[in-house]
Design a protein around this ligand. Structure first.
Ligand SMILES: CC(C)(COP(=O)(O)OP(=O)(O)OC[C@H]1O[C@@H](n2cnc3c(N)ncnc32)[C@H](O)[C@@H]1OP(=O)(O)O)[C@@H](O)C(=O)NCCC(=O)NCCS
Length: 328
């Protein structure tokens, strides 16, 4: 078998649009309160992209930052992968629009749909292309403009979601820093979370609009139960399948799904909460944007140091899930 190459995350970037939706703003739209939202989710506010601003627009600054941090020029990119459920348009892909904005003429470009696990899917895929020697420089992005598909009449979902983008540049590694392992999984179940309108099953029509089928619907309580178990299982298996104990993990970058889910998962893993990065308070759940935004902030704040053993973990609509183990 051909020797597989080591691959590193050479640079990261993130971007959150300026608009802010506070819990007080939501109190004016639905029957809720700042106290309920904060105690049940840990969210104080989330960001909102302005009208006319799309997912590629917020991906662009995150991608530029990641390229600068990696010291890679856009013209040297071989592949651009974007994880998103809020593409600019049904076609072309957001990745193609980003490729044009970045001026990366030699890169292939495609979107991947895995909801909140989107970044874990693009990361694992990009890793494979460099491992095998097919490509050298891959840009992976997780980005969402969820406020464009949130139903601001549904208090069970509108309090959760926000907009944001994160990016990473992958390159071959000549040092100890490398991606060690990735796990991806799925279990088809469209009842827990979906946005049914606008695809080939329910093409856009007056009826789909009247029935509010172009908005996200979630069964929050079912997601909650699934998420705690899955987060614990994924972190444990990422460590154990690679010969580590859970206690060897230096840092966890969890999907920013709900502060209580993160707290109880860390407790069940026997890891102190300080070992998990959280920014849910200011951004809410940005789906595919969540893990790469948290990763970038953790790197810039010096929470992750060279040589640390770091786990990324996420789960979302599909259902889908993923984890990545990295020697930073
Ligand atoms: C959505 C979520 C915050 C709801 O919290 P919860 O503690 O599970 O609350 P429940 O859904 O059990 O609802 C409890 C009560 O609060 C009410 N409630 C729901 N949303 C509310 C809101 N925004 N404000 C006030 N009350 C609310 C419910 O109607 C229910 O009232 P009832 O007991 O009279 O029926 C939580 O389940 C969650 O974070 N889920 C995962 C997030 C998610 O789905 N992310 C997307 C995919 S990763």
């Amino acid at each position: 078998m051909t020797q597989l190459r080591k691959v590193q995350i050479a640079g990261t970037g993130s971007f959150a649009p300026e608009g802010v939706i506070t819990n007080a703003d939501l109190e004016k739209l639905v029957d809720t309160s700042d106290e309920w939202i904060f105690t049940r989710t840990g969210i104080r506010e989330r960001r909102k992209a302005a009208d006319g601003v799309a997912t590629s627009d917020i991906s662009m600054p995150a991608a530029r930052q990641a390229l600068d941090a990696a010291g890679v020029a856009a013209k040297d990119l071989d592949l651009i992968l974007v994880g998103t459920v809020t593409p600019d348009t049904m076609l072309p892909s957001t990745a193609c629009r980003l490729q044009k904005m970045l001026d990366a003429p030699h890169a292939g470009a495609v979107d991947m749909v895995a909801a909140c696990s989107g970044f874990l899917y693009v990361l694992a895929t990009g890793w494979q292309f460099i491992q095998t020697g097919m490509y050298d420089n891959v840009l992976v992005v997780g980005a969402e403009c969820l406020t464009k598909i949130v139903d601001y009449q549904d208090r069970g979902s509108c309090i959760i979601f926000g907009d944001g983008a994160g990016a990473a540049v992958l390159t071959p590694s000549t040092e100890d820093s490398e991606i060690l392992y990735a796990e991806l999984g799925a279990m088809g179940d469209e009842e827990i979370m979906d946005m049914p309108g606008g695809g080939s099953l329910h093409p856009a029509s007056h009826e789909t609009v009247d029935q509010r089928m172009h908005f996200i619907r979630i069964e929050g309580r079912r997601v909650y139960k699934f998420a705690v178990n899955k987060m614990v299982e994924l972190v444990r298996s990422a460590a154990e399948k690679n010969g580590y104990a859970v206690s060897d993990i230096d840092y966890v970058i969890p999907h920013q799904v709900n502060m209580r889910i993160i707290e109880s998962s860390m407790e069940r893993l026997g890891l102190p909460l300080e070992k998990a990065y959280t920014n849910i308070e200011k951004y809410g759940n940005t789906s595919a944007g969540s893990v790469p935004m948290a990763l970038d902030e953790a790197v810039r704040e010096g929470k992750i140091k060279r040589g640390d053993l770091v786990v990324f973990v996420a789960f979302g609509a599909g259902l889908t899930w993923g984890s990545t183990l990295v020697r930073w």
